[in-house]
Ligand binder design. Structure first.
Ligand code: 5MM
Length: 349
């Protein structure tokens, strides 16, 4: 395919492609810090932090002002609240991130809601008024966006094809709008790890999900060169009796992706999905010890980067330095994994 420099809507495709490549360049990954209020508050509650706007602001300030974050992280995914907040000295977070050499992204879905007539399944909402919100986010400095579809696995019963189709449709419509508005879409279809399903079942479902997503992306005219895919790794359910080795996860993940992700996609940045930080790094590392894939493989972690730091911070200013060190430790582990140089020994450093 030969890409025109400017799309029919007047969008500079070359700029979008360069942004997508910049997100994936330099052996760096993404820091997802786009937890909605409810999710953030639940994570705060687990370590005894008060669920207030000010504590969420303070936590996001700690993350964004971590010294040297740019050595491992190319971009940060914010949530609307953070996009509009500032540091305690009044510097807007968007400015802080850009001054720190980080591309600014924003989560623009409005959450996964119950899918009518399909008990236990969800569809992600947020398409109404999305064009205007994307234009406003671009004007505020965002250069990429994120939307997450959630797919539950339950034996052979779930997911239904209805769930796959509506989520893929929404992801593709979001992605097309993003590109029209000058933002690179991060496309995140997540097969959840809750349940006793096997590695093979996760691979089967993930392949079906991605096939559906790429069908819809083609239908909606999304330019594959100007997007980033953010999928789950192919793993067994959390309560599956037989847990795969990191090598089995790497092989199943790559086999699945090779079958369905076109080579035109510049990169794949995995979510961590609730895996412990060291395990996520180990699996990411194994993926980089396999023969070269057609896309860059990276990370876009939230919990697997933030969790130890959050526990150390516990809402107290006096713990900021220790928490920022813990964040950088996980970031360095994952940067090493992108070169196939991570090992458990790094955890002791
Ligand atoms: C799967 O969640 C995304 C990646 O985070 P993990 O690495 O922890 O799995 C994450 O970006 C997620 O989409 C945001 O935290 C937003 O989630 P909610 O549910 O709050 O919208």
């Amino acid at each position: 395919m030969s890409l025109r420099d400017v799309s029919p809507q007047g969008v500079n495709l070359q700029a979008l492609i360069e942004t997508a490549q910049a997100l994936l360049a330099g052996g760096k990954g993404l820091l997802a810090m786009d937890e909605s209020d409810g999710t953030c508050n639940r994570r705060f509650a687990s370590v005894g932090i008060a669920p207030t706007v000010e504590m969420r602001r303070a936590w996001r300030e700690l993350l964004l002002t971590t010294p040297d974050l740019r050595s491992c992280i190319s971009g940060v995914i914010l949530v609307d609240e953070t996009m509009r907040q500032a540091t305690s000295d009044g510097t807007p977070f968007v400015e802080v991130a850009r001054n720190a050499g980080l591309l600014v992204g924003i989560k623009v879905d409005t959450g996964a809601k119950a899918l009518a007539a399909h008990p236990a399944e969800k569809v992600t909402e947020g398409l109404d008024g999305l064009r205007g919100r994307l234009q406003a986010n671009f004007a505020m400095g965002a250069r990429f966006a994120k939307w997450r579809g959630v797919i539950a696995v339950e034996g052979e019963r779930l997911p239904t094809s209805a769930c796959l189709e509506v989520n893929a449709h929404a992801l593709a419509r979001y992605a097309a709008l993003c590109q029209e508005c000058g933002l690179v879409p991060i496309i995140e279809p997540e097969v959840l790890m809750d349940g006793p399903h096997t590695l093979a079942r996760c691979q089967f479902v993930t392949e079906a999900v991605l096939r559906s997503v790429f069908d819809q992306l083609a239908l909606q005219g999304v330019v594959l060169e100007a997007m980033v895919l953010k999928p789950n790794m192919v793993i067994a359910g959390l309560s599956c009796a037989v847990q795969p080795t990191v090598e089995q996860v790497a092989d199943a993940t790559l086999q699945c992706l090779r079958r369905v992700v076109p080579a035109a996609v510049p990169g794949i940045a995995f979510l961590s999905g609730g895996q412990a930080g060291p395990l996520a790094s180990d699996r990411l590392n194994a993926l980089h010890l396999r023969p070269a894939a057609p896309w860059r493989l990276s990370f876009s972690f939230a919990r697997a980067l933030q969790q130890p730091a959050l526990g150390l911070w516990a809402g107290s200013d006096s713990n900021t330095v220790a928490a920022q060190r813990a964040l950088m430790h996980r970031a360095r582990c994952n940067r090493a994994a992108l070169k196939g140089e991570y090992s458990a020994a790094m955890e002791g450093e």
